[in-house]
Design a protein around this ligand. Structure first.
Ligand code: NAD
Length: 329
């Protein structure tokens, strides 16, 4: 807590004057629109204000969703907390502005496309801001919470193998692909956050291979649309992570753990997409963010955890490019 105490108190004071919080949402694309609607349904949130580089889009969304729209420069002045859901390439700029305004921040993953910039962003927000939560919603999903509890309870004995799957039903819009950072930074990064969170062990080594089996846009962006990553955890546990951009039968998110005394398998193919599969997890993530912004809890997904996941993604980028096993920096 330490240095944040004063700022948290100040935030709580401002909110207690009105009894509820005003939350800004920057970017009302796929995920920002979901977040804004979810926040507007929360009792603790008095007002949701959206801003988008495309102001017409923000206004049209606001009219549909019953929230307010404002222009980007003004948005920072009239809010108590901010959700950054703009494309990854502009996160750094928005994080700086939000930190300068002393706002608690929920920033979508990944923090930046470049790990050096991501580190700078986390340091900047740590020095100037009022708390950072990064958008790894799986930490709020009952399936992963149960898997973590099973490991902690010791029912699996010594965990020896982990298998994670993250496969989309349909590819993202083609215009999103060049902004995504590629399959490791965009999709696998969820695995690289949740596996250490569930097992309690960091990923220390990766071997990444990929293939192009679907939409041409991935190849054109030097990306792959099917991926397999072999990894080793700090205690020697071996794991595999599979990701894919297209699987007609449905969205396939799974985790399997095997140990000396037992196994724990969860998840599988579901209809819909990430917004339906993880809808409740996103809502729980946002509720935790509101609690963090009110000073009631510390960040459930702090910046350094996101940097750790990003370091694994960067190791995968090098591994695929150079065709070798890479230690995670
Ligand atoms: N946690 C998750 O599961 C999850 C899921 C999807 C996307 N994301 C992340 O969320 C972010 C947004 O992804 P998306 O799929 O919603 O993108 P998107 O392209 O659908 O929407 C982005 C929106 O941001 C707007 N925008 C562009 N520049 C802006 C700026 N400077 N300020 C404010 N708005 C700006 C765009 O006009 C657009 O409306 C990315 O970082 C992505 O990786 C996370």
């Amino acid at each position: 807590m330490g240095r944040w105490d004063g700022r948290r108190d100040r935030t709580s004071d401002r909110m207690s004057e009105r009894g509820a919080m005003r939350v800004g949402v920057l970017g009302v694309g796929r995920i920002g629109a979901f977040h804004a609607r979810a926040l507007s349904g929360m009792e603790a949130v008095e007002r949701v204000v959206v801003a988008d580089a495309d102001h017409g889009r923000a206004e049209a969304f606001a009219a549909r969703a019953g929230v307010e729209a404002t222009r980007l420069p003004e948005v920072f002045a009239g809010i108590d907390a901010v959700v950054i859901a703009a494309p990854t390439a502009v996160h750094m700029e928005l994080l700086r502005r939000a930190a300068d305004a002393r706002l608690p921040i929920l920033c979508e993953k990944p923090i930046a496309l470049d790990p050096t910039i991501a580190r700078e962003a986390v340091e900047y927000v740590g020095a100037h801001g009022a708390g950072l939560q990064v958008g790894f919603q799986r930490r709020f999903d009952p399936m992963y919470i149960a898997a973590r509890a099973a490991v902690r309870a010791g029912t699996l004995g010594t965990v020896t193998r982990v298998h994670a799957v993250s496969v989309d039903r349909r590819p993202p819009p083609p215009e999103f692909v060049p902004t995504s950072g590629g399959i490791y930074r965009d999709t696998h990064i969820h695995d690289f956050d949740i596996v250490p969170w569930v097992t309690g062990m960091p990923i220390v080594e990766v071997t990444a291979i990929g293939a192009n089996r679907g939409a041409a846009v991935f190849r054109e962006c030097d990306d792959v649309d099917v991926s397999a990553v072999l990894f080793r955890l700090a205690d020697g546990t071996l794991g595999t992570a599979h990701a894919g951009r297209q699987h007609g039968p449905g969205y396939d998110v799974r985790l399997e753990l095997a140990g000396t005394d037992g196994t724990h398998a969860c998840g599988g193919v579901t209809e819909g997409d990430f917004l339906t599969r993880f809808g409740d997890a996103y809502r729980a993530e946002l509720a935790a963010f509101v609690a963090m912004a009110a000073g009631r809890i510390t960040s459930p997904c702090p910046g350094p955890d996101a940097l750790a996941a990003q370091a694994v993604a960067e190791a995968c980028v090098v591994s695929r490019r150079e065709g070798r096993t890479v230690r995670v920096a």
